[in-house]
Each structure stands twice: as structure tokens, then as C-alpha cells.
Ligand binder design. Structure first.
Ligand SMILES: [Zn+2]
Length: 379
């Protein structure tokens, strides 16, 4: 009987624990699903290409320098951040329309968009790096950078149709960007600031800071994104550095470091949010599970020593179990969370000849009062 009871208990505990097992499984499953919020898809956008050379220096073209640094950055990500998938808008010297670049990023459901460019000026004096976020330009110089980058649109045949009538050579047209509400602005600024501080610490280019202006490619992408101006090809010092292998490696490493820092910080926050949600879910489930741990049974016999119950009258009693309470082995029939159900069973058991049978309540195997059992189980 002892063995049978033990087996019975195990059998029932497996089934009574099923909801908890399911809850844990579903919670873990949902954590896994939500992990898609982590930064694991990054678009590296090398500006210009093909018939669009971008800015030109004395010895260099923007499209070549940015492609080289974009590929080096992507390589560092692939080698060091194994959970990240790098998507390039171009890996060769080809012309890619600005809208297509945004489409590539949006269709791949990327978590970050990094556009890499080089600056240029009519004067050879300006030098240094700038990182842009989408937004209102605060100076004419910032507007001019955006207009120069947006002018790639003019190389497309049907730009008037494809770009919603936007004319990249019109300053008035750039006013549309002033009304743009960017839901990722804090992430954009965080990443842009990290990039610039990396440039300042680990490269030879001057840090010109984080700026904002209306770049079409940032306007059309639907994830956090920045546009990096590595340096001025119109400045001989910047140009020589950006053309050198050392300079390109340092710039790529700095961008990679910034991405890694951003990802580490962002992912930690996401996981923290998730674990808070998970804790809350688990706590709620444990509380509701506690309530389910209240069980009502009908006690019909108490014995000083545990023994196998034989006799026809016991055969009629469903689900016989024992529990030890105040020095006695208590024999019960039925085991339910439902109070009304146990009252009905009590009536049947009394009619079957156990006139003194009575309902008891147990909480995690410990005897509690009926009132407490009903309160805990909300009945
Ligand atoms: Zn450019």
C-alpha cells in the first residue's frame, strides 16, 4: 500500500505540476522569441559606388575609401560578434540608389543602419570626422553636407517619381526633414556619440562631434541609424590618413568598437527588461500555483501506524491517500482544488458508511484550516 500510495502521489504530482511546467516552457519560449530585440542584424552601407564616385580628393575617391572601410568593419563584426549578421548594401563598386539602400535595411529587419561616407569642402582647411543623426540641421554647413550626400539621387533617371518629388538641390525641400519625428533618436545619439568618442581616442582624425541633418537614406530607414563622415578628402592630412592601410584599419576598428559598445549596452538593457517581465510572470505563476497547491480531501480514518486498507468498503473510495499529522496517519479520499466538489464527495463517503468523514484542507502537504484553504483558493 505504501508503494502504491507513493506511486499514486508521484503520478498525481506530475500531473498537478503540468501547468507549472507548461508555464515555464512558455515563458522560456517567449523569452527566446523576444530575444529578437537584441542587436543581431547590422546593415553596413558604403556610400556611393559605380557611376557615383561621391567626393573626390587629390588622390582618392569617396566610393573606394568608404567601401574598403565598410568591408573591414563588417569583417571585424563577423569575426568577433558571432551572433550578429552583417548585411552590406554593396560589397563591390556598383551604383545603389538611396531608396534601395533603405529598402535593403528595412527588408532585412535590421537593428542598426550604419552609413559610411567621406566629407569634402571647397576649402582644404576643414578636417576631422562627424557623425550625423537624422534631424533638423542646426547650421548651414550641416545642411550642405546632407545636400551633397542626397545629391546622389540626381544620378537616377526617374528620381522625381521615385523620391516623392524631393529635389536634393533645393534647400527648401530639405525643410520636410524638420518635421520628421524619429522614434529612435536616443539610440541614434547614443551610437553617434560612441562612434565619435572612439574616433577621438583611437584614430588620427579630429573629432568634430555629433550633428544632425536631413539625409534621405536615414529618413527612409526604419531602425536606429547614423551616417558617418570619416574625414575630409579635400584636406590633405585627412585624405592621406584615410587612404593609408593603417588609417583605414583604425577607422574600421573604431566603428566596430562603437557598434560593440552600443550592442553590449543595448542588449543588456533588453535582457534586463526581459528578466523583469519574466520574474513578474514567474512570480504571478508561482502565486497562482500556490493557490492550486491548496487541496481539499475527505478524511475518513486515522491510525497510529500506517497499514494497507483491505475490505470492500474501501474499494468504493476514490483516490485514497495518507498524510501524517499530529502523530497519526490520516487516510483521505479525493483530492481536489474545488471546494464544492469535495463537499459532494463528503456526502457520498458519509452515505457509504463513514459517518464521521470530514473535509480537510492541505497546503503544500500541510494541514490548514478549511477557512484558510478556501481563502487561499479564492472560494
Ligand atoms: Zn558620401
Amino acid at each position: 500500500m505504501k508503494d502504491i500510495l507513493k506511486n499514486n502521489n508521484r503520478y498525481f504530482s506530475i500531473f498537478s505540476d503540468l501547468p507549472l511546467i507548461l508555464i515555464i516552457f512558455l515563458t522560456l519560449y517567449s523569452v527566446d522569441t523576444q530575444s529578437q530585440n537584441l542587436v543581431d542584424r547590422i546593415v553596413i552601407d558604403a556610400g556611393h559606388g559605380g557611376k557615383d564616385p561621391g567626393a573626390s580628393g587629390k588622390h582618392s575617391r569617396e566610393k573606394d575609401i568608404v567601401l574598403s572601410i565598410a568591408l573591414k568593419t563588417g569583417k571585424l563584426i563577423n569575426e568577433n560578434l558571432k551572433d550578429v549578421n552583417v548585411i552590406y548594401t554593396r560589397k563591390t563598386d556598383v551604383f545603389i540608389p538611396l531608396n534601395t539602400r533603405a529598402k535593403i535595411a528595412n527588408n532585412s529587419k535590421a537593428d542598426l543602419f550604419i552609413s559610411i561616407h567621406c566629407n569634402s569642402n571647397t576649402s582644404s582647411q576643414p578636417k576631422g570626422s562627424e557623425t550625423y543623426v537624422m534631424g533638423m540641421h542646426k547650421s548651414k554647413a550641416n545642411l550642405e553636407v546632407a545636400m551633397l550626400e542626397n545629391s546622389a539621387i540626381l544620378l537616377e533617371d526617374d528620381y522625381k517619381i521615385n523620391y516623392e518629388g524631393f529635389d536634393p538641390s533645393s534647400t527648401e525641400n530639405h525643410i520636410i526633414f524638420n518635421f520628421f519625428q524619429n522614434s529612435f533618436q536616443s539610440q541614434n545619439l547614443d551610437l553617434a556619440t560612441t562612434v565619435q568618442s572612439q574616433f577621438k581616442r583611437n584614430t588620427a582624425v579630429r573629432d568634430r562631434g555629433v550633428k544632425s541633418a536631413g539625409f534621405w537614406v536615414l529618413y527612409k530607414t526604419t531602425m536606429p541609424g547614423i551616417l558617418i563622415e570619416l574625414g575630409f578628402l579635400s584636406n590633405p592630412i585627412d585624405e592621406a590618413y584615410l587612404l593609408s592601410k593603417k588609417g583605414q584599419n583604425q577607422m574600421a576598428k573604431a566603428i566596430y568598437n562603437a557598434i560593440k559598445d552600443y550592442k553590449t549596452k543595448h542588449d543588456a538593457l533588453e535582457l534586463q527588461k526581459l528578466s523583469k517581465t519574466t520574474d513578474r510572470t514567474l512570480n504571478t505563476n508561482i502565486n497562482s500555483k500556490k493557490n492550486e497547491k491548496v487541496s481539499f480531501r475527505v478524511q475518513f480514518l486515522s491510525l497510529a501506524t500506517e497499514k494497507k486498507l483491505t475490505g470492500k468498503k474501501y474499494n468504493k473510495l476514490p483516490n485514497i491517500k495518507t498524510y501524517f499529522h499530529k502523530g497519526m496517519y490520516r487516510y483521505t479520499s479525493g483530492d481536489t482544488h474545488n471546494y464544492n466538489e469535495i463537499i459532494n464527495l463528503q456526502t457520498k463517503i458519509r452515505k457509504a458508511g463513514f459517518k464521521d468523514a470530514f473535509v480537510i484542507a492541505l497546503y503544500n502537504g500541510q494541514r490548514i484550516s478549511i477557512a484558510k484553504g478556501r481563502k487561499l483558493s479564492g472560494q
